[in-house]
Ligand binder design. Structure first.
Ligand SMILES: Cc1ncc(COP(=O)(O)O)c(C=O)c1O
Length: 417
């Protein structure tokens, strides 16, 4: 969490104007656990790539609500869907106990862009998608250790958390599942790139799980050779390879799935965020034999969310957003690289498509910059120890990117270096 500076008069002056926001935040502070709130933004609504807060201030959104709003805000076709459900009287049902049409429609749509010979199971969140992915693997192979990567983030439910290694605060004192940790290699010549072979040679393993671009862990892009090595180990020893696309899936990196940038065919894929519901997509041969191994009350029952998820896939196809993400991602990256060349507090710019990271010299500088960007009406989020994560809506234009970059540079200039 980035803490609000408390003793700065100018800041206080600005925030005094945010009367409604402050009263909501003060109330929340008394009522709810202070989780990972980034800055004092109380969202009212939005239009395109802009978010409006409850005090009527507009912000250019380079976060897409952590990749959950890939089409930005108030997309007319999504608004139409929401209207369609007014008066229906059963917008949310126990979707693993009773059937609804949205469930089959979303399954059909999602499988049409996934590996052939797959099936899907819907669930509420990204963490639950991971839970169910590892349950599928455990059911098949037994409760043997699973392999995951250093700096990985797979969610916060206890099963998923056991394979998350991004921050100490997320794990201390919580029980662990059997795990083996490997380095997440970002270059093909990393000395640890072959570690996986030794581990699978010497141990019985239930599954291998990894992201391809670590979102929470610092926007680190996996090396092709590293992922190929995981894939080879998975094939050779018949260990399911789970690719966690909760943050990267549905076009974020310029392809439907980030694994399509790599030469692999994962056995199990997780998705959440952009899809509006969680889902685990798996080879048919991985399907648990008995019914009831997996279930939940709301999995497959959030009818509005499923209808919006399905329409989101349609719109990404129809509006050719994958091509657009590749172009706008290149444009944004080029601009960020230029900022790096002009400001030596930036030490790296990296990422794929519209999932980009800007790494700073120090955490303190990164945190101040995020806060100042917020005050200047540009929303970004932290990642890893000292990186800013940039995840704009897939519909962002070059003009909007340029506006964001101008704000970014204005703030960078305020830092002496
Ligand atoms: C790669 C990855 N896996 C799992 C999760 C957990 O998703 P959720 O927050 O919906 O439980 C996240 C969330 O950020 C994620 O980025």
């Amino acid at each position: 969490m980035i803490h609000m500076p408390s003793n700065n008069k100018t800041n206080q002056g600005n925030f005094m104007k945010k009367k409604k926001s402050l009263s909501i935040i003060n109330k929340l502070n008394k009522l709810v656990y202070n989780s990972t709130f980034v800055y004092p933004l109380v969202i009212k609504g939005g239009q395109g790539c802009y978010i409006e807060d409850v005090d009527g201030e507009r912000y250019l959104d380079f976060t897409s609500n952590i990749a959950s709003c890939p089409l930005g805000y108030s997309h007319p076709e999504l608004n139409e869907i929401i209207k369609r459900y007014v008066g229906i009287g059963a917008h949310k049902i126990a979707g693993q106990d009773f059937y609804c049409e949205e469930h089959s429609q979303l399954a059909e749509k999602l499988l049409s862009i996934s590996n052939s010979n797959s099936k899907v199971f819907f669930i509420n969140s990204g963490a639950e998608a991971v839970e169910n992915a590892i349950k599928i693997a455990y059911r098949r192979n037994g409760p043997l250790p699973g392999i995951s990567c250093i700096n990985a983030f797979h969610g916060r439910t206890l099963g998923a958390l056991a394979f998350t290694f991004s921050k100490e605060v997320q794990k201390t004192n919580f029980p662990e599942f059997p795990t083996k940790r490997i380095k997440f290699c970002i270059t093909n010549n990393d000395p640890e790139i072959d570690t996986i072979q030794k581990i699978v040679n010497e141990n019985k393993i239930s599954f291998i799980i990894t992201e391809l671009v670590q979102g929470e862990g610092g926007v680190n892009v996996a090396s092709k050779k590293f992922i190929n090595n995981l894939n080879k180990a998975s094939r050779k020893y018949d260990i399911p390879l789970i690719i966690d696309e909760v943050q990267t899936g549905l076009g974020r990196t310029g392809k439907w799935w980030t694994y399509q940038h790599y030469d692999i065919k994962p056995n199990i894929v997780t998705i959440g965020k952009a899809l509006q519901v969680g889902a685990v997509i798996f080879d048919k041969k991985m399907e648990p034999h008995k019914p009831g191994v997996l279930s939940s009350t709301w999995g497959g029952g959030n009818r509005i969310d499923m209808a919006i998820g399905m329409k989101t896939i349609d719109i990404i196809s129809k509006e050719k957003l994958l091509e657009r993400v590749n172009k706008s991602g290149d444009f944004l990256k080029k601009n960020l690289m230029e900022l790096k060349n002009r400001h030596n507090i930036i030490i790296d710019v990296r990422g794929l498509g519209l999932m980009l990271g800007v790494e700073f010299l120090k955490k303190e500088i990164r945190d101040k910059i995020i806060y100042k960007l917020f005050k200047n009406k540009l929303l970004v989020i932290p990642s890893g120890l000292k990186t800013i994560r940039i995840l704009p809506p897939l519909i962002i234009t070059e003009n909007e990117i340029s506006k964001g970059v101008i704000i970014f540079e204005k703030i960078l200039k305020e830092f002496k270096h």
